[in-house]
Design a protein around this ligand. Structure first.
Ligand SMILES: *Cc1c(COP(=O)(O)O)cnc(C)c1O
Length: 385
């Protein structure tokens, strides 16, 4: 199970960061459910002192996802938000960040309600328009924080151009790659300095764990992230680390099916008379379809569509049987949600309207069920409108 330097993506997902257990030969990395490690004699240990600082299961998933993203090191946290919080500690009072304007609601809340108290400032701009990003950069800007595709409008940011722009201004590019997954895009290949994920979504993939990860390439960032992970202590526990490690083994297979089902549902909805508009980067009608073809491998399992009114959206959401009405995304089950009242309820109404998050907008996270069952379910729900 030694990986060659040119091992391909699926092989890396399965094997990177993992050795058969040195004690037993167990092929699967065990769940090292322990708080401390016995030392042989004073000052002599096996590299493990205390469970917050080092844990073999967590370190395996960190090495695994770092390899999957093409980064140098990874740090796993108790949630996606804890991971983003750790990234924010790279900043100091007075620093400024440019952020995608329809960033994940929890990220906006952390930046706007918590970090502004520590004299950090944030500008929210449409990062699909890099001239707007450039105009928002000030001498205090240290970070450009991008999500592509964005949630739930599926707007893309050109990662290579964003990295070039950021680096021209001596700014770090941080990419929240949760929505796409590293099967679809690997931001470090385009020049990103830091990639983060809510592992809760595609990386774990089975809707049974909350977690987050930060992947870095710069040595100074790696040193700080390792320090803050131990100093602040929001680590991913051994059992959740094991679940995510199990999830990444099937990431490529799952993503192939998420891609296929996402595209098929987008096409079905785009042709349906009761649907006003579909947001999906795989449709030629998407304004950035060409960029999607350049920087994404497939177009993902996330899509949103507008039914014109809250009443129509309510009918569909209350009539689906196979689609589960729930927040979150990236699991093997298909989920359906209403951004205006669910995931984006904390975004002020005027800001929601400016982003295009209307009351008739419905979001789907396409799972890996048989596509005919998903289409039939949506068809019968749309009949009720
Ligand atoms: C879910 C999500 C997060 C937050 O992750 P948690 O694991 O819920 O804390 C951050 N960014 C994006 C894009 C997400 O979808």
């Amino acid at each position: 199970m030694k990986l060659t330097p040119h091992a391909r993506f699926s092989t890396i997902c399965l094997h990177a960061g993992q050795e058969p257990d040195p004690a037993t030969g167990a092929i699967i990395t065990p769940i090292y459910q322990t708080s401390t490690y016995v030392q042989e004699e004073l000052g002599k240990h096996k590299g493990y002192e205390y469970g917050r600082t080092q844990n073999p299961t967590r370190m395996a998933v960190e090495r695994n996802i770092a390899a999957i993203e093409g980064g140098k090191a990874g740090f796993a946290f108790a949630s996606g938000m804890a991971a983003i919080g750790a990234i924010a500690t790279l900043l100091k009072a007075g620093d400024h960040v440019v952020v995608s304007d329809n960033t994940y609601g929890g990220t906006f809340r952390l930046f706007d309600k918590v970090l502004t108290r520590s004299q950090l400032s944030f500008s929210y701009v449409d990062t699909s328009k890099l001239d707007l990003v450039e105009r928002a950069i000030t001498p205090a800007t240290r970070m450009l924080f991008v999500e592509t595709p964005s949630n739930p409008m599926m707007t893309l940011t050109d990662l290579r151009a964003a990295a070039d722009l950021a680096h021209r201004h001596n700014v770090r590019l941080v990419v929240d790659n949760t929505f796409a997954s590293p099967y679809i895009q690997r931001p470090i290949e385009f020049g990103a300095d830091i990639v983060t994920h809510s592992t809760t979504k595609y990386l774990n993939g089975h809707s049974d764990s909350i977690g987050g990860i930060v992947i870095a390439v710069r040595d100074d960032d790696i040193e700080w992230l390792k320090f803050i992970q131990n100093a602040a202590g929001a680590i991913l526990g051994p059992f959740d680390s094991w679940l995510v490690l199990r999830g990444t083994k099937t990431l490529p297979l799952r993503m192939i099916q998420h891609n296929a089902n996402g595209l098929a549902l987008a096409q079905f909805l785009a042709a349906h008379p009761k649907v006003r508009h579909v947001n999906y980067p795989g449709l030629p009608s998407h304004p950035q379809h060409d960029l999607a073809k350049r920087q994404m491998r497939g177009f993902g399992g996330m899509l949103s569509f507008d039914l014109g009114s809250l009443e129509a959206a309510r009918r569909v959401l209350n009539s689906v049987r196979l689609h589960a009405l729930a927040e979150s995304l990236g699991g093997v089950e298909t989920l359906i949600s209403h951004p205006a009242t669910m995931t984006h309820a904390s975004v002020p109404a005027a800001h929601r309207a400016a982003l295009g998050i209307t009351d008739g907008l419905v979001r789907i996270s396409a799972g890996i069920e048989d596509i005919d069952d998903l289409r039939e379910d949506l068809a019968q729900a749309l009949d009720k409108v």
